[in-house]
Design a protein around this ligand. Structure first.
Ligand SMILES: Cc1ncc(COP(=O)(O)O)c(C=O)c1O
Length: 377
């Protein structure tokens, strides 16, 4: 049997990893500023994480949601504290797309409506409604296409006001990334997020904050949307939550009341997933990782802005987009194969930095030095 060939691959096999360093099968060392796509939040093979997962696996790895799983309650309590939303409720699932799918569904159950507002440049996942709310027709299968989704220009306040004025009574939810990741590290403006809050309140629609990539402390706030100073109704999260163990969730405001079987999943919130997620939050708290993400991120952004060849540097904390001119398309490849540094990308020519939240200033300097070399070719 062959693999279904859907991923363009780099010819590299990673066999060992520690913190923000990974090694390939030939023993070559790399600095990891990609974190396997914003997933590695507390660093690869963190000893506390490895121990907590190993200990849990030796007790019980999995049982379904038909029995009490106290680890879920512990996780909900800790997440409430670390995220600053102690009165919110937690539903656990397995991936970012599934988190968004459940959030959109929850909103529709809540207000009985069907229309969803999404924005140009958005990426919300590949399952049915999440992919329909994603601004990329190439990955929307005919069976997924629906007229329930209305795309509006990102950060366009007049367009949003007009949509609510025209058909506000039909709008179930507004879904938005605090910082668009796949879209090229583009930040939702504070006033735009505040307007979403106001209009959702006015029309009883649901504000869904897709924090799958920009959340979990990456920007220095637990949810990047919170820079706007208003709460979302539902926050979706995934990538950084389990440091590589597949676990995702939605944090739900007290305004939503659950009923049995409203949402559900076989694997969501299993013992191992909860142990992984708890280990991440414990390290985030203990090592002040949100503060580190902000400090090292601010430093990186300031230093990158001094480099003339870069068109624009965008982002917050350790979610950074380096927008390069067309003649510098080779930089990402150079970084990987010559300087041995993993980074992410966004089309057409943006380098995305999504490292572990405990990246050190020395590692940031190592990147900056090598980046300047990579630009020269
Ligand atoms: C903002 C955002 N939402 C949702 C998703 C989907 O997450 P997953 O791949 O875990 O389904 C992604 C993945 O890149 C994302 O960046």
């Amino acid at each position: 049997m062959n693999l279904f060939d859907v991923y363009p691959l780099n010819d590299i096999e990673i066999v060992k990893a520690s913190g923000s360093t990974v090694w390939d099968a030939q023993g070559q060392e790399y600095l990891d500023l990609y974190g396997g796509h914003a997933v590695i939040s507390i660093g690869h093979t963190h000893p506390h994480y490895v121990k907590r997962l190993t200990d849990q696996l030796n007790k019980v790895g999995f049982y379904s949601n038909s029995v009490k799983i106290p680890l879920q309650v512990q996780l909900a309590e800790k997440l409430g504290v670390v995220s600053g939303k102690t009165d919110y409720q937690l539903f656990l699932c397995n991936s970012g797309a599934e988190a968004n799918e459940n959030a959109l569904k929850l909103a529709s159950f809540y207000n009985g409506r069907k229309k969803v507002i999404a924005f140009t440049g958005a990426f919300h996942g590949r399952t049915s409604l999440a992919v329909s709310a994603t601004d990329n027709p190439k990955i929307i299968a005919p069976v997924n296409s629906t007229d329930h989704i209305v795309f509006l220009p990102f950060n366009d306040e007049d367009a949003l006001k007009k949509a609510f004025a025209d058909f506000g009574g039909e709008i179930s939810s507004v879904i938005i990334e605090g910082i668009q990741g796949v879209g090229g590290i583009k930040e939702a403006s504070v006033s735009f997020l505040q307007l979403i809050r106001t209009l959702c309140d006015q029309y009883d629609a649901v504000y869904i904050a897709d924090s799958v990539q920009c959340g979990y402390g990456r920007t220095g706030q637990f949810y990047s949307h919170d820079y706007a100073g208003v709460n979302a109704d539902v926050y979706t999260m995934a990538k950084g939550m389990g440091n590589g163990f597949p676990v995702a969730g939605i944090s739900i405001s007290p305004r939503f009341k659950p009923w049995h079987s409203m949402l559900g999943t076989t694997f969501g919130g299993n013992h191992l997933a909860c142990a992984a997620a708890l280990a991440v939050l414990e390290i985030m708290e203990q090592d002040h990782l949100m503060e580190n993400a902000k400090n090292v991120g601010d430093y990186l952004i300031a230093e990158l802005r001094k480099i003339e060849e870069i068109r624009e540097v965008r982002g917050r904390g350790l979610m950074i987009g380096i927008d390069l001119p067309e003649e510098l398309t080779q930089v990402k490849k150079n970084l990987l194969f010559k300087q041995h540094i993993f980074t992410g990308e966004a089309k057409p020519n943006v380098i995305r930095l999504l490292p572990a939240l405990n990246l050190s200033k020395e590692q940031a300097d190592q990147f900056l030095e090598n980046f300047k070399i990579a630009i020269k070719g």
